[in-house]
Ligand binder design. Structure first.
Ligand code: SAH
Length: 346
């Protein structure tokens, strides 16, 4: 019989699964408490459950936790990058980041990515497959156990496009949020998307009040087409329109990510155009000087960046220049990839 990964199930599904093997509802709570609060990933170590019941659990289920094959820690800010090996030998990365008031995990949602954004290392290696709910959920658990930390913020900004693995991502979010599981506040979970407009609209009806971040990176289709192939499917006006619908329903401010690339999208005229585009939305624009990337795009000078931010502010758009973490270990935005030198996989 094939064992099932317990982390693939929602709370209600687990109650049902346990019922079928004659385990009472409170056993679900006990098992989840061991997994999420005590980071015990072996049924036999769950000492408040009878030996017989532990055997039953072990017969039908397992607790899938990715195996770390490389861990790199930044000397500058403690940012830590994890390379995990999955059950099928494929690899993904996650990043742990420390802020004054939060411990944040940047989590992957796919092995690779199909979108091929020019500035992103993940896209350069192509798409392999979606992550399962359990593989998404367990990245947080694995980091917590290895580093003895309590993650209180999760951003789905690792490898992959979360909106193209929508069902598993939402299920993972429900599980992190569930009081019997990680009990992480919905407002502490952010989905970042390259702008899958129909899914942004759908997200407006999600029962949990999570945060949304949109990777816009350009003020018009002409520029966006050059760096994000997905723009031909969901052009900028559709993305903005979906954000408006999302905002009307949720009343949430949307974060706009904008990578500044020297000579491409970093002029004050671009800032002006961006401000116009965003004028009917309540947004916060994060300006991120582009990180080292496969296309060889360069960062604008400090003066250009400051002028850009100031121009947005002059136009009543909230904007900040984002401080990057983990650049010394290639853990910054867009630097996560599947294959690393010296680590043979599969
Ligand atoms: N697919 C999702 C989430 C993963 S990427 C998305 O596109 O939002 C997470 C963020 O890193 C995105 O905003 C992405 O555009 C950004 N990013 C990718 N490459 C980058 C680079 N070289 N420099 C800075 N940010 C980058």
């Amino acid at each position: 019989m094939i064992k099932k990964n317990i982390l693939d199930y929602s709370y209600d599904e687990l109650i049902n699964e346990f019922k079928q093997i004659n385990l009472q509802k409170f056993r679900v709570d006990q098992v989840l408490d061991w997994i999420f609060k005590k980071h015990v990933f072996d049924f036999y170590e769950m000492t408040n459950i009878s030996k017989l019941q532990r055997e039953i659990l072990d017969k039908y289920f397992y607790i899938y936790i990715p195996e770390p094959i490389n861990i790199q820690e930044s000397k500058i800010d403690g940012t830590t990058k994890f390379l995990w090996k999955l059950e099928d030998g494929r690899t993904i990365e996650s990043v742990l980041l420390f802020y004054p008031n939060r411990v944040s995990a940047c989590i992957s949602t796919q092995v690779g990515c199909a979108l091929k954004c020019k500035f992103c290392s993940t896209g350069a290696s192509g798409f392999e497959r979606n992550l399962t709910t359990g593989e998404i959920v367990s990245q947080v658990l694995a980091i917590e156990k290895l580093k003895d930390v309590n993650i209180n913020n999760v951003v789905l900004m690792g490898m992959g496009e979360p909106m193209l693995n929508y069902d598993n991502v939402l299920k993972a979010i429900r599980n992190w949020n569930n009081k019997k599981m990680k009990n992480l506040g919905a407002r502490r979970i952010t989905i970042s998307t390259a702008g899958i407009a129909d899914k942004i609209e759908e997200l407006a009806d999600f029962e949990l009040d999570i945060r949304l971040s949109v990777s816009l990176h350009a003020p018009n289709n002409y520029i966006r087409d050059q760096i994000m192939p997905i723009n031909s499917k969901y052009p900028i006006e559709e993305v903005i329109q979906s954000c408006k619908i999302y905002q009307e329903k949720t009343k949430n401010r949307v974060t706009i990510e904008y990578i500044a690339i020297k000579g491409l999208n970093d002029g004050v005229e671009h800032a002006e155009e961006l401000a116009k585009l965003l004028k009917d939305l309540k947004v916060m624009v994060n300006i991120i000087p582009v990180n080292p990337n496969p296309a060889g795009f360069e960062r604008p000078s400090k003066r250009f960046l400051t002028n850009f931010v100031n121009k947005l502010k002059d136009n009543n758009i909230e904007a900040t220049l984002r401080m990057e973490k983990g650049t010394d270990i290639d853990a910054a935005c867009g630097q996560l990839k599947m294959r690393q030198k010296g680590f043979k996989t599969k």
